[in-house]
Design a protein around this ligand. Structure first.
Ligand SMILES: C[S@@+](CC[C@H](N)C(=O)[O-])C[C@H]1O[C@@H](n2cnc3c(N)ncnc32)[C@H](O)[C@@H]1O
Length: 199
């Protein structure tokens, strides 16, 4: 999806003021001491704002102006400050080794593009910091529900490991099931999560 398509999609969504961070992110972060966090493809800010309410100093990056406008309003609603950067991740370069936490959640561009972003994200992790990548798994197409329907936009945890494993130490890489309730009943989407640290 291009930038205009993302603007349209964000515009169509209802604005929600309650915090709804990604369910797999929450337990990974809860035990950590807050520091500087970078949220790549921050969207309407649910994860970045949640992190800020937990004491993190957060920078959120997205190329959708509509999304970041909503994200800023969400931050104001929860009385936290987040630095928002409107940028295309294919071009934007994060400062190296600065962040105690870097998260990428449900960013699903095709192969080489996502690998470059994961590489940049890994390089932005400070010593002692961690990278968390959560996304729609390749198996979701046949075993899951919803999500992107073009296999080019899906990947495996192993693909993330192969990209960033030389730089960071991978401590978790696996598929996870996301239970969703829809009008036609309960479904399970197949996601994956990779957590890696810079020792
Ligand atoms: C599925 S949403 C996920 C948003 C957020 N991470 C979350 O979990 O709610 C994907 C986001 O990636 C952003 N995005 C896609 N390609 C991008 C790019 N090249 N540069 C910056 N943002 C991008 C879209 O604008 C969209 O907000």
């Amino acid at each position: 999806m291009d930038r205009d398509a993302w603007d349209r999609r964000h515009r169509e969504r209802d604005s929600l003021w309650h915090l709804d961070p990604n369910r797999f992110l929450v337990p990974e972060v809860e035990g950590l001491t807050p520091g500087r966090a970078l949220d790549l493809a921050a969207g309407a800010g649910r994860n970045a704002v949640w992190l800020a309410t937990r004491g993190w100093s957060v920078t959120g990056v997205d190329w959708s102006e509509v999304a970041l406008d909503r994200a800023q309003r969400l931050a104001e609603h929860h009385a936290v400050e987040v630095e928002w950067i409107l940028a295309d991740l294919r071009e934007w370069q994060p400062p190296p080794a600065l962040f105690d936490l870097v998260v990428i959640i449900h960013l699903q561009p095709p192969g080489a593009e996502r690998a470059r972003t994961w590489g940049k994200a890994a390089a932005a992790v400070a010593p002692g910091g961690r990278l968390i990548v959560i996304g729609h798994d390749a198996a979701n197409l046949t075993e899951g529900w919803g999500g992107p329907q073009d296999p080019a936009n899906l990947y495996t945890a192993q693909e993330v490991v192969d990209t960033i494993g030389g730089d960071l130490e991978v401590v978790r890489a696996e598929r996870v099931l996301r239970r969703e309730e829809a009008e036609d009943g309960v479904h399970h989407a197949v996601d994956n999560i990779v957590v890696a640290v810079r020792r």
